[in-house]
Design a protein around this ligand. Structure first.
Ligand code: SAH
Length: 187
C-alpha cells in the first residue's frame, strides 16, 4: 500500500482517500490484473494509484482539471500511470464513451450520482463491481436506494478509523472522518 503522507496534495482537491479505506476498497473490489477499472471523481488519485498497481487498465475522471493534474503528478511520483487514462470531464458525460467496465469506483459525483449509476449499470460487465465512497448521510441513502432500484443487493459498511499518535506519556488516538463504503455486484 502507498502511504498517505507520500501523496502530493492540493488545497483545491480533496484527498487522498485514507490508506485504510483504500485497503478496504481494494479487497471489496476483488480486483485482478485483467480488470478494467473506472475511478469517477479521482481527486488526488489516491484510489487511482492503488488500482493502477493491481488492475489491467484504469480510467480516471474528474470535473476539476486541477484534480486531473494532481492525479497525474502522483502517478508519476509513484512510477505508475502506464495503464491509466485521465479524463477531465463530468463523470456522467465521460462514462458514455466507456464500455466493458469490471470495477466502477465512485468517489465523487456532485449531484449526478443517480445519473452516473444508471450509466455505470449499463456499461458494467456481468460480475462487475460498483464501489461508492460517501461522507454525506444523504449520499449514502441515495446510493443504496438507487442500487436497489437497479436490481442490486447493495451492502453498506460505515468505517471509523483511529490512528495512534505515539507521545512520551502514551498513545493518543486520533480519529479520521467516518466514511461509508457502499458496494454492489452485478449478477
Ligand atoms: N478518492 C479521491 C478523492 C475524491 S474527492 C482521492 O483519493 O484523492 C471527490 C472528487 O470528485 C473531487 O475531486 C471532485 O472534483 C470530483 N467530482 C465531483 N463530482 C463529479 C462528477 N460529477 N464527475 C466527476 N468528478 C466529480
Amino acid at each position: 500500500m502507498l502511504e498517505d503522507k507520500d501523496f502530493i496534495k492540493s488545497c483545491d482537491v480533496p484527498g487522498p482517500t485514507k490508506e485504510a479505506i483504500r485497503a478496504i476498497l481494494l479487497y471489496k473490489s476483488e480486483v485482478t490484473f485483467t480488470d478494467k477499472v473506472v475511478d469517477c471523481g479521482c481527486g488526488t488519485g489516491g484510489i487511482t494509484c492503488e488500482f493502477s498497481q493491481r488492475a489491467g487498465e484504469v480510467i480516471s475522471i474528474d470535473t476539476n482539471p486541477e484534480a486531473i493534474e494532481v492525479t497525474s503528478r502522483n502517478l508519476k511520483k509513484f512510477g505508475l500511470g502506464d495503464n491509466v487514462t485521465l479524463i477531465s470531464d463530468d463523470g456522467a458525460n465521460a462514462l458514455k464513451d466507456i464500455d466493458d467496465i469490471d470495477i466502477a469506483v465512485v468517489g465523487g459525483s456532485g449531484r449526478q450520482l443517480e445519473n452516473i449509476l444508471d450509466i455505470v449499470d449499463s456499461k458494467l460487465n456481468s460480475k462487475g463491481r460498483i464501489l461508492i465512497t460517501a461522507i454525506l448521510v444523504d449520499t449514502k441513502v441515495e446510493a443504496v436506494n438507487k442500487l436497489k432500484s437497479l436490481g442490486y443487493n447493495p451492502k453498506l459498511m460505515e468505517v471509523n478509523i483511529s490512528n495512534g499518535r505515539i507521545l512520551d506519556r502514551g498513545v493518543l488516538m486520533i480519529s479520521e472522518n467516518p466514511i461509508a463504503i457502499i458496494t454492489a455486484k452485478k449478477r
